[in-house]
Write a protein that binds this ligand. Structure first.
Ligand code: NDP
Length: 420
């Protein structure tokens, strides 16, 4: 029996909310609140038509405004808030949760909307020098809330999507059941889906393009090694998908796993991209369309990447036209009982199956399902402790069980091909 407030009603939120409604023993009442309330109402009506017993309501909220959020949270009085809006809103929503004494859950770590903000930039540049990686997002902003959440007796669960999220749970599961010591972790994110457009992104274009066009990095012996964007390429033959080119990227779970599993000697993240995507992205970058700095256009200030977002297909609309499968997982090497061991834990998800079930493509599906699972474990008290945590810091077993129940079954291959 719980009451949940979900903020955001985009591609990921629509899956997370529908999955919460499939888990109506845990979620009895749910409010969908977002910037555009019409999307919330449309989703509410769709779920109600399906006969769900969950009591749904909707609201309009500006999640950039702490006051607006506090007003909404204190009137609805949820047990937890699931933030599936954008990473820009993480801190305002965390502040509002603290003020209203409610647990907080999200799927992506904080980054600022305006990367030219001088106050943020000074802190960022200091962090780049100290830590050695230049991504706009990092955990420092949200880990800084640790003492506040602890003192309030509240839980903040960060990054419960697929990657980060499930990939970190796979790591905790491997450490618990398969290894005495883990030496290396390679996280492989393969999207073998085809939406038929020359260029589109599978989740929020602004967040996606910022991530992909940035420098890559990996962790070796506790230190960051930074690469140029797309500098390290490998080819891997993914189960149920086939051979794909993949590129090393910086990714947020590397930071959390590096902190929480300090004995691991190397942690890398690879994502697959087709040549058409990379060529379009490079061209857009070269002409300045990925810039986050506002420019004046015919008397109006516009941010190029936001203008580009308005031109690109809405990721939530890709569902009906995307065919193929995703394969996301982790390859671990290390030792158990004195013997060398290697395993690969992965999930394969079919875009068309996701569309048939929920009207969404697999990227939103593979993020929305874990968002529901992490939230359910917090509200049920299984993953509830005071402080700020990532998903590798709890018992992985109930999460792994729920992945099987709620549409993301996983496989353990005990003899995988390793990535060079
Ligand atoms: P979308 O752009 O599809 O949806 C974002 C939603 O947030 C929209 O409904 C939008 O409203 C709403 N929103 C944006 N700004 C505000 C605001 N100020 N106040 C209230 N609502 C707001 O994004 P996705 O669904 O693709 O992604 C959602 C989150 O999931 C992102 O943080 C993304 O980084 C994360 N993600 C995580 C992954 C993982 O594996 N961990 C993978 C993929 C995504 P409107 O409808 O008005 O635009």
């Amino acid at each position: 029996m719980s009451r949940l407030l979900v903020i955001g009603c985009g591609g990921v939120a629509q899956v997370a909310i529908q999955k919460c409604c499939q888990n109506s023993e845990t979620f009895t009442e749910l409010m969908i609140a977002s910037r555009t309330e019409s999307k919330c109402i449309e989703l509410k009506e769709k779920i109600e038509k399906s006969g769900s017993p969950v009591k749904l309501s909707t609201a309009k909220v500006d999640a950039d405004s702490k006051d607006d959020l506090v007003k909404l949270i204190s009137s609805y009085k949820p047990d937890a808030v699931l933030n599936v809006a954008l990473p820009y809103q993480d801190l305002t929503i965390m502040d509002a949760c603290l003020e209203c004494k409610v647990d907080y859950i999200d799927t992506a770590n904080y980054e600022p909307e305006d990367t030219d903000d001088p106050e943020w930039r000074a802190i960022y540049e200091k962090r780049c020098k100290e830590k050695g990686f230049t991504a706009y997002f990092d955990y420092s902003w949200q880990w800084a809330y640790e003492e506040k959440f602890k003192a309030a007796g509240l839980t903040a669960l960060l990054g419960t999507g697929f990657d980060p999220g499930v990939t970190s749970v796979f790591t905790a599961y491997a450490a618990k059941h398969y290894f005495d010591e883990i030496d290396t972790i390679d996280i492989l994110d393969c999207n073998g889906g085809d939406h038929g457009y020359p260029f589109a992104t599978n989740f929020n274009p602004e967040i996606n393009l910022r991530e992909v066009s940035a420098n890559g990095s990996y962790m070796e012996n506790g230190k960051w090694v930074e690469t140029k964007p797309m500098e390290i390429k490998r080819v891997y033959n993914f189960p149920e998908v086939g051979e794909k080119d993949m590129y090393l990227l910086h990714h947020e779970e590397i930071e959390a796993l590096g902190r929480n599993f300090p004995g691991v000697k190397r942690i890398r993240f690879f994502m697959t991209f087709g040549q058409s995507y990379l060529t379009h992205m490079k061209c857009l970058e070269n002409v300045g369309m990925l810039s986050t700095s506002p420019i004046n256009f015919e008397g109006k200030e516009i941010v190029p990447i936001q203008f580009l977002k308005a031109l690109l297909p809405d990721p939530a609309s890709l569902g009906p036209r995307t065919v193929g499968k995703t394969n996301i997982g982790c390859i671990f090497t290390g030792r158990k009982d004195g013997r060398e061991r290697k395993i690969y834990i992965y999930n394969v998800c079919d875009h068309q199956e996701c569309y048939k079930e929920l009207g969404s493509q697999a990227i939103s599906y593979t993020t929305g399902v874990p968002a529901m699972i992490g939230t359910a474990l917090v509200v049920k008290g299984l993953w509830k402790k005071p402080g700020v945590f990532t998903t590798d810091e709890f018992d992985p077993d109930p999460y792994m069980e729920m992945l099987n129940t709620y549409g993301l079954p996983w496989v353990v291959d005990e003899n995988p091909v390793l990535v060079e």
